[in-house]
Write a protein that binds this ligand. Sequence first.
Ligand code: GDP
Ligand code: MN
Length: 387
Amino acid sequence: MKIHEYQAKDILRGYGIPVPRGGVAEIPEMARKIAEGMEGKPIVVKAQIHAGGRGKGGGVRMVRTPPEAEKAAKEILGMTLITHQTGPEGRLVRKVLVEEGLQIDKELYFSMLPDRASAGIVVMASEAGGMDIEEVAAKTPEKIIKVQVNPLLGLQPYHTRQLAFGLNFDGELMKSFSAMVKNLFQLFCDYDCSLLEINPLVITADKKLVALDAKINFDDNALFRHKDILAYRDLDEEDPLEVEASNYNLNYIKMDGNIGNMVNGAGLAMATMDLIKLAGAEPANFLDVGGGASAEMVENGFRIILSDPNVKGVLINIFGGILRCDVLAQGVVEAANKVGIQVPVVIRMEGTNVEKGRQILEESGLNLIVAKNLKDAAQKVATLAKG
Ligand code: GDP
Ligand code: MN
């Protein structure tokens, strides 16, 4: 799960990490009020969306006075902000963060994330922080210092020293950096984070370290034990179909293609998407209804797929193990009757009660195409969706 920058900064504050003072506003007048509390300091107005690259997209503005902050907020609120992370459709801005603007001496990069290769946590830092970190990683990866932390042993002082030396820190900066990294690591573990990124982490003109930006992502599978984080969820930032699917415990991710597909099992779903591509078409979604799906879950999954206007054909691929083929067929027929199908639907199923399942589909009177095997199914749906 993703959260907004202002929410991430609230969490950072709780762990003693210095962040600029500020507040969040949903209307321009509120932005002016917050700016009035800054006692003549410069003011930064920042769009709050679940995507980075806001600076380059025009979503971060520096101003001098409270009326200017109000004006900047008026321009940013309601704008569709397009950044390299939002895709061409952009994201509607509903909130701005209004902060005291700081005098920046240097912008650094800092992040932590689980590293699958080493089954540990990788902590990264770079002197080349700011808005072009992707380019730094691609062209001059040696400028990014990485340390691997064994999660069972935890962060050790030598890890922090290695990072601090790489950043050319000494004296006071070294001290405050060490304390900061220790606290960030604690936060990362306490909250089962899947990403913690501070870019930029700045050294101010008076030589203080401050987290100027903050991005924290959480492992969805651990959210049941973090009710405080769940309260930060912003459904406006999520795809409406994905939100609906999550209400039914369906693993659904919307994609750009036009072949909807419903599969039981994540591995089978991946293989099905590969075969759709191999047949020359593009999947419109990933949907794993799960091994033990009920007829109701199948019905909901099918309805969600069909409510995506991009979908021009559907492939249902089920291996009936725990989910029996007759239960699947029942779910598909019920959903088809309720929603009404406007696009070709190809079904491939094998496994428990497959004969009974086929019989239910045939007797339904619905125009469902039963495929011989998986390859045949993928080719059929790709051809039908084109025509
Ligand atoms: P992002 O583009 O979405 O990552 O948004 P950031 O929060 O990282 O802001 C982008 C850039 O705005 C930063 O890299 C800074 O250069 C600049 N910026 C943000 N806040 C301040 C500030 O208080 N003072 C100054 N001088 N620049 C700031
Ligand atoms: Mn940033």
